[in-house]
Design a protein around this ligand. Structure first.
Ligand SMILES: [Ca+2]
Ligand SMILES: [Ca+2]
Ligand SMILES: [Ca+2]
Length: 194
């Protein structure tokens, strides 16, 4: 009985978490390779970025398909950004991988903004893919952007791959789920006693 109940709880929790539906996903692999390119679904302003990788085009981290060099080849790192329609009160999770520049030891930093949330990442030269997360809960529904800005402009920037955004289940939803499970447990126990 206890095992069954545990299974039921696990099932309900899994279905609750499955509601974390991805609304955006990009591994950049569908793009053509090139210097000073704009990846599909993104805009680049105030400078440039490069699309590099497999096969054999500045493929600095083999096995990653295509990815972004956040400082293009025009002496000015561009602001790479994309925007989404997001709902008030929903929490969204942005996930992405950044890596060092793999070419020179100049200090690098990338500022990431997601709605009003932001972080700055600084990775040394040969640091492989490193996962980052940013949570944002808009107070009003509307269009919000996710953007990446490499500092400096020496044509060698940090690398970006595997960007995704998903709506995460509200804590309230999980709390209600757990309260519901408590009720089921109570009823089951009463039935058992009767
Ligand atoms: Ca990729
Ligand atoms: Ca470059
Ligand atoms: Ca640089």
């Amino acid at each position: 009985m206890r095992a069954l109940r545990t299974l039921a709880i696990a099932g309900l929790l899994a279905s609750g978490l499955a509601q974390a539906a991805p609304i955006f996903n990009d591994d950049f692999d569908a793009n053509g390779l090139g210097l000073n390119e704009v990846p599909a679904g993104w805009t680049v302003s105030g400078g440039t970025v490069d699309i590099i990788g497999s096969p054999g085009f500045y493929d600095l981290i083999p096995g990653s398909g295509r990815y972004i060099d956040l400082d293009g080849s025009t002496g000015s790192a561009g602001l790479l950004s994309t925007s989404f329609s997001l709902a008030a009160g929903t929490t969204y999770l942005a996930e992405f991988d950044l890596a060092g520049n793999f070419r020179n030891s100049n200090a690098e930093s990338v500022t990431v903004n997601f709605g009003t949330a932001s972080l700055t990442a600084s990775l040394p030269i040969e640091t492989g893919w490193t996962a980052y997360t940013l949570y944002f809960t808009p107070s009003a529904s509307g269009s919000y952007s996710l953007s990446f800005q490499n500092a400096g402009g020496d044509n060698i920037g940090m690398l970006l791959d595997n960007v995704s955004i998903a709506a995460v289940p509200e804590p309230g939803t999980l709390a209600m789920l757990l309260a519901g499970l408590g009720m089921i447990g109570l009823i089951a126990r009463r039935r058992g006693r009767a």
